[in-house]
Design a protein around this ligand. Structure first.
Ligand SMILES: Nc1ncnc2c1ncn2[C@@H]1O[C@H](COP(=O)(O)OP(=O)(O)OP(=O)(O)O)[C@@H](O)[C@H]1O
Ligand SMILES: [Mg+2]
Length: 386
């Protein structure tokens, strides 16, 4: 008889989804001696090293069998269908964030509606079912607007600036063919100075902790860079951003990490763009730049443990995404050059195959001099993409 390996004690967290967010929860779990298991969509995913099951998260039997092996279920993404989430809750599984909260990260129309009910600041918006309704919105908003699919968008897919009522016809057509019917979200084209994100974490028992508000820079609809804290964020701006995120977390009953994407308008208002209820790209800097990373905090929060200190370790942290990656080979082929040139920069490799535009890793630099930190982070990321 062999020896039994892997004797862990205590709690087990189950993560649905095998992407890089699940992957980055693993070291945090290991450090705390928390057993972490992942239900991956397929073999060979980013979080493979903790994958204990591979299967379809749309299938209740698969998800329930996985849930039976853990103490709490959490997520790498927000796509698990409501019916599955509700069936888990009915079985007595602890699900964080719960379906009632997650709904507002799954459907942008419901999200806009709920935030409006809560009195929170959002762009002007409307639900539109056909080109004529879109036309009416365009007429009231200077002839240009942003149309979004309510569900399934990511990295700017499902977001389109339009100036004519027929520019969303393909999406209206797809809705007409969809048995569930539905509508599109249309919003004013916000005149923003920059985009910000406020990340917080909330325990089921209510306690909330927040990191400083950060600036996010998007290129081609994808987050390219994050600066923490957001430069030139006066005490007042930081306070308002934090208040908004707290009100969202409490109003919607979010548990775990919540990221609130914000627009800072040219007339100095903060408007909510969208919500993510899981660790978020705008919080990756916290692994190297904060006393408690968003991944550790998410685990603490979903286990309803006291939350960690969110103070910054250095005045500035800059995270740069590795988008696409090397034209040939993998990120690690470039380690020798990158590590020799930038020994203080932390490199995070998601072990994903390079593909144009795909997020395959990120780098973070921290320090006291913003220009130097930005140079270090950008120059390091440049080693990994052609
Ligand atoms: N109402 C708006 N006015 C101006 N720009 C907008 C508006 N809505 C979205 N954008 C731009 O499009 C980007 C993507 O929009 P959004 O965040 O809704 O899409 P997504 O694909 O769900 O997001 P993600 O890239 O975060 O997964 C925003 O970061 C912003 O740059
Ligand atoms: Mg977004």
């Amino acid at each position: 008889m062999g020896t039994t390996l892997g004797t862990t004690t205590g709690v087990t967290v189950g993560v649905i989804g095998g992407g890089q967010l699940a992957r980055m929860m693993i070291p945090a779990a290991v450090n705390l001696g928390i057993d972490i298991r992942v239900l991956a969509e397929q073999p060979g995913m980013s979080a493979e090293l903790a994958a204990s099951a591979v299967g379809d998260y749309h299938d209740l039997d698969t998800v329930a069998a996985f849930a039976d092996t853990v103490d709490v279920i959490t997520f790498d993404h927000e796509h698990v269908p409501q019916e599955i989430l509700r069936a888990l809750v009915a079985r007595g599984v602890a699900v964080h964030p719960g379906p009632d909260a997650l709904l507002y990260a799954q459907d942008k129309l419901l999200m806009r509606q709920r935030l409006t009910e809560l009195g929170l600041p959002v762009p002007d918006w409307a639900r539109v079912e056909n080109p004529d309704e879109l036309d009416a919105f365009l007429a009231e908003h200077g002839g240009r607007a942003v149309v979004k699919t309510a569900r399934g968008g990511y990295d700017g897919k499902g977001v389109r600036v339009v100036a004519h009522k027929h520019e969303a016809d393909d999406w209206f057509q797809a809705l007409a063919e969809d048995a569930n019917g539905g509508a599109l979200l249309v919003e004013e084209l916000v005149d923003f100075r920059r985009e910000l994100a406020q990340v917080v974490a909330r325990r089921p028992s209510g306690d909330i902790r927040s990191w400083p508000v950060v600036e996010t820079v998007q290129r081609d609809g994808v987050c390219a860079e994050v600066v923490a804290p957001a430069p030139h964020s006066s005490g007042r701006l930081a306070e308002v951003a934090e208040q908004i995120a707290r009100r969202v977390a409490e109003g919607i009953g979010v548990t775990g990490v919540l990221a609130v994407e914000l627009f800072e308008t040219t007339d100095d208002r903060l408007l909510i763009n969208e919500l993510a209820m899981r660790p978020h790209n705008s919080g990756h800097w916290s692994i190297d730049g904060s006393v408690t990373s968003q991944f550790e905090q998410h685990l603490r929060a979903v286990l309803d443990l006291p939350l960690g200190d969110t103070a910054t370790r250095e005045p500035w942290s800059i995270m740069v995404n590795v988008l696409g990656g090397p034209a040939q080979g993998s990120m690690s082929d470039r380690y020798a050059g990158a590590f020799a040139a930038h020994p203080s920069v932390k490199v995070h490799n998601y072990n994903k195959a390079p593909r144009p535009g795909r997020k395959i890793g990120h780098v973070t630099a921290v320090g006291a001099d913003l220009d130097e930190v930005a140079y270090q982070a950008r120059a390091t990321a440049a080693f990994f993409q052609d």
